[in-house]
Design a protein around this ligand. Structure first.
Ligand SMILES: Nc1ncnc2c1ncn2[C@@H]1O[C@H](COP(=O)(O)OP(=O)(O)OP(=O)(O)O)[C@@H](O)[C@H]1O
Ligand SMILES: CC(=O)N[C@H]1[C@@H]2OC[C@@H](O2)[C@@H](O)[C@@H]1O[C@H](C)C(=O)O
Length: 376
């Protein structure tokens, strides 16, 4: 095993907006450098097709032709993103390929990320780690969130208790206690409901800068009703599917566009505030696209009553963090290091994850042999 790897991490998140890719220099424990990054948005057509697949996922068969076509198109975007970074950074050792989650149901021992790792490996000439969540789910864990080890590595030296909140389609928190213990869970919805509401009422893919929500009045009765869902009474670890709270859109259906947006934003914020954590964080750092929405940021500041800042204040890039994370986790995977923990996903202590594909790679890098047994 080479001590330090140069890895490209790839993330296509639940917002279905495109691929984020980033270079990271890491051995899966230390991060010695962050390289360039890029984002390739999906076309409106691919976004719609991927969304239809996500909506149908619970009943889809693995060989559904449209599923396969969407998977190929998504993989092509990943290949193009990798090629951009390969042109900038010579000597890439490995790719961490998250894929696109279309279904997440750990209670039924299912988590499903689409993306053709073999096609990616062949087209880019790189070893690829993929399928990061299945081992944890198979072992009884939630399979998500997986970002906490990465947040903890980046926070090294920042005194706890602190929380890092990612507001993507779904929102998740990493809590680091004063003694360094990591706790995590999905807090509730992130932007996904707001995105769906904005698309329906304005034709734009999100509530840009919170323009709708800012002009509306929160219907607190609806927020309380939504927060009475059993998920919010469950202790962590726990995780969500993008569509878990899709019924919230029916609950706000009679609201005006602005009041509906204000109510959905309040749902996201209140779900964060009520998330059970072992201690009160002294500070919250926010990443993910939701930090660009001032209504969410100001609402979180008012609700949490301790400083709430974007992770950019720590010198991190809040838009590329998840891509960097899957580069970091790929390096952990090839070393057999844990990707989760009992207080993160509820999976067993010491469990690694991810599968390795080296399709068509000649010669196979020598350090790859260290990972025998997990090839696909
Ligand atoms: N200027 C903005 N105003 C409001 N919302 C914004 C803005 N910029 C980005 N967003 C939100 O951020 C979302 C994208 O966030 P992000 O890329 O973190 O999600 P993701 O990685 O796909 O999701 P997840 O973390 O759940 O996998 C968009 O769908 C949108 O809702
Ligand atoms: C199943 C799945 O893809 N979950 C995502 C999703 O998006 C945010 C939240 O829900 C988080 O649990 C996870 O992503 C991040 C990267 C994670 O695993 O940490």
């Amino acid at each position: 095993m080479k001590p330090m790897l140069t890895v490209i991490g790839l993330m296509s998140g639940t917002s279905l907006d495109g691929v984020d890719a980033a270079v990271i220099h890491t051995d899966g424990e230390r991060i010695t450098g962050l390289g360039p990054d890029t984002s390739l948005p999906y076309t409106a057509d691919l976004r719609q097709r991927a969304r239809r697949i996500l909506d149908q996922a619970p009943t889809l068969s693995f060989d559904d032709p449209e599923l396969k076509a969407v998977e190929q198109d998504i993989t092509r975007h990943h290949i193009n993103a990798v090629r951009q970074l390969q042109a900038l950074v010579p000597g890439i050792d490995l790719i961490g390929f998250h894929g696109q989650t279309i279904l997440h149901a750990p209670d039924r021992h299912r988590t499903w990320q689409i993306g053709d790792a073999e096609m990616l490996s062949r087209a880019t000439g790189q070893a690829v780690i993929h399928d990061f969540r299945s081992a944890d789910v198979a072992a009884g864990g939630e399979g998500a969130p997986l970002v906490p080890w990465f947040h903890a590595a980046l926070l090294h030296g920042v005194p706890g208790p602190v929380a890092v909140l990612n507001i993507g389609g779904v929102a998740n928190v990493t809590f680091i206690d004063a003694d360094g213990t990591i706790h995590a869970c999905d807090t509730g919805p992130g932007n996904a409901l707001l995105d769906d509401w904005a698309l329906c009422h304005t034709g734009t893919a999100c509530d840009i800068d919170g323009q709708l929500a800012r002009a509306g009045t929160v219907n607190w009765a609806i927020v309380e009703q939504l927060l009475s869902a059993p998920y919010f009474a469950r202790p962590a670890p726990k995780s969500l599917d993008r569509q878990t709270f899709a019924m919230a859109l029916d609950r706000v259906a009679a609201c005006t566009p602005v009041d509906g947006a204000a109510t959905l934003a309040a749902f996201t914020i209140e779900a964060v505030r009520r998330t059970p954590l072992p201690a009160r964080p002294t500070r919250w750092y926010v990443c993910g696209g939701g930090r660009h929405n001032p209504v969410l940021m100001q609402g979180l500041q008012a609700a949490l009553q301790v400083p709430v800042e974007t992770v950019d204040h720590l010198g991190w890039n809040g838009d590329t963090l998840e891509a960097q994370c899957f580069g970091f986790l790929a390096a952990r995977s090839v070393r057999g290091l844990p990707l989760s923990a009992p207080t993160i996903t509820g999976g067993p202590n010491g469990l690694s994850g991810g599968r390795l594909t080296c399709a068509g790679l000649m010669p196979v890098p020598s350090w790859v042999h260290a990972t025998s047994g997990r090839h696909s």
